[in-house]
Ligand binder design. Structure first.
Ligand SMILES: *Cc1c(COP(=O)(O)O)cnc(C)c1O
Length: 469
């Protein structure tokens, strides 16, 4: 299995080679040259596997350059019950006869980002060890990605994490989660500014190619193919848990921001998993919902990207979307290049001529949710079932209801636990979300964080001093 670029300008490379890279050299994203196919008999033979061993089966199709015994050891280390709050790793939680949540948020940081990051932590350490190399992960976070990366990479050999966060702008719980880590390879840097300014510092430093190679800088952002591949696993898992016979179709609803999570569903469907619909749910930031409704892709600037109560979906320029468009235009890199050039010039592109294929060929439909919808959905589920969900998952549950069909299980991906977004829970039901027992004392633990002005020079100097070289 080799990987090429969505813009057609990269010689085929192995999984381990694209693992540590960001964008392809031509500005595109790495994608498999062709998708592995899983036939019905193979799928049936997977019914009794543990999550870790299912992950091995799926990932061995993508990471074909890693010896199978090493890969099996890594998936077992990544998806061990000790790291998750559920012995199943990913429990299914029924809401009614047709709809269930896929519990992706039982990992260390209470959001689905852990599912991919736990594997990334294993495979980064492994590949770096093989090559005798080191890597310094530099990133900016407004919450979920940074903490998932830190928990996955803490204590790992050959790798250090430098995570910028906006000083004073994350919830007390999110701060405690990240800043209480005392591992020598984890560096929290709180900058006096907003998230976008922190992100600009990362872009400036990673864009200085001499500094980047001297400091061995890397990233774990959502365009990383290994993250997409690791997320494919839970679509298979959800199907295996929700069905009893070969060929039975299920639909998935996915609360979406950067289009990473739902892209993994698109890949699973392309591998032969019987998926009827992929329902994309957005909040008020509905650039993607608009695309799937009209065929026009028109990303918005920061001034029209709203701060909502499902903040991890406040994204107007979804980085993984290009991978879907690549498939939509028949895997024609030149066409993708032309579309992105057109967008750079005019701010949009128009694929409305292809609109009828979005659902008929790829199963994609979309809906949007608002702050009121979120509160209503959280309250209704709590009152009727005693079940508490987070605001992002609520966007999914709200939109899923529009697309439920008799006899087709609807699986909504649970992208975070409510404890992470307690303010909105308080607003919905009049009291805060309970904090999982093992995290009860988190906010009282000593914190380790470097606070500095929003200045790339200061972060540069910090890296010069602390990077693992
Ligand atoms: C990251 C995130 C999302 C959005 O996922 P994408 O892969 O970016 O589409 C949704 N909900 C939560 C809680 C998240 O952390």
């Amino acid at each position: 299995m080799n990987y090429v670029s969505t813009r057609g300008g990269m010689a085929p490379q192995a999984f381990s080679d694209i693992l540590l890279e960001g964008l392809a050299p031509d500005g595109g994203l790495a994608v498999p040259q062709e998708l592995p196919r899983i036939d019905a008999a193979t799928l049936e033979s997977w019914r009794d596997l543990t999550y870790a061993d299912l992950a091995f089966e799926v990932l061995s199709r993508f990471a074909s350059d890693i010896p199978v015994e090493d890969l099996r050891r890594m998936t077992r280390a990544a998806y061990q019950p000790a790291s998750f709050k559920s012995a199943d790793i990913v429990p299914l939680k029924p809401l009614d006869e047709t709809t269930a949540l896929v519990g992706l948020s039982e990992g260390p940081t209470l959001a689905f980002k852990d599912m991919a990051m736990q594997f990334l932590g294993q495979v980064f350490e492994y590949v770096l060890g093989k090559r005798g190399a080191t890597l310094n992960i530099l990133g900016a976070t407004s919450g979920d990605t940074g903490s998932a990366a830190e928990y996955a990479l803490r204590g790992k050999k050959g790798v250090a994490v430098f995570m910028l966060s906006p000083h004073g702008r994350m919830s007390a719980f999110q701060r405690a989660q990240m800043y209480s880590l005392q591992d020598e390879n984890i560096h929290n840097i709180a900058v006096r500014g907003v998230f976008d300014e922190a992100q600009d510092i990362v872009k400036a430093l990673a864009g200085d190619l001499d500094f980047k190679s001297r400091m061995r800088l890397g990233a774990v952002n959502s365009i990383n193919w290994a993250r997409i591949a690791a997320q494919v696993v839970y679509y298979f898992w959800g199907w295996l848990r929700a069905t009893g016979k070969p060929g039975q179709q299920v639909s998935f609803t996915v609360p979406s921001g950067n289009f990473g999570n739902i892209l993994s569903g698109h890949i699973a469907r392309g591998m032969g998993l019987p998926v009827r619909r992929l329902v994309l749910a957005t909040n008020e930031n509905n650039v993607l919902e608009e695309f799937f409704r009209t065929g026009i892709y028109s990303p918005r600037g920061p001034e029209h990207t709203y701060a909502t109560s499902s903040p991890s979906m406040d994204i107007s320029r979804a980085s993984n979307f290009e991978r879907f468009v690549y498939d939509l235009v028949g895997r024609d890199g030149n066409r993708v290049k032309a579309l992105w050039a057109e967008m750079a010039k005019t701010g949009r592109f128009d694929l409305s001529a292809e609109h009828s294929r979005f659902e008929s060929e790829f199963g994609f439909v979309a809906g949007r949710s608002s702050h009121e919808d979120r509160l209503d959905t959280i309250r209704a589920l709590f009152e009727s079932k005693g079940l508490l969900i987070d605001p992002h998952t609520a966007d999914g549950v709200k939109v899923a209801a529009q697309f439920v069909e008799p006899g087709v299980p609807m699986l909504v991906l649970e992208t975070a636990l409510p404890a992470k977004f307690s303010e909105t829970i308080q607003q919905a039901i009049g009291r805060p979300a309970p904090v999982p027992a093992d995290l009860a004392g988190l906010e009282a633990l000593p914190q380790r964080v470097e606070v500095m002005d929003c200045d790339a020079g200061l972060v540069r100097a910090f890296l010069e001093k602390h990077a693992k070289l």
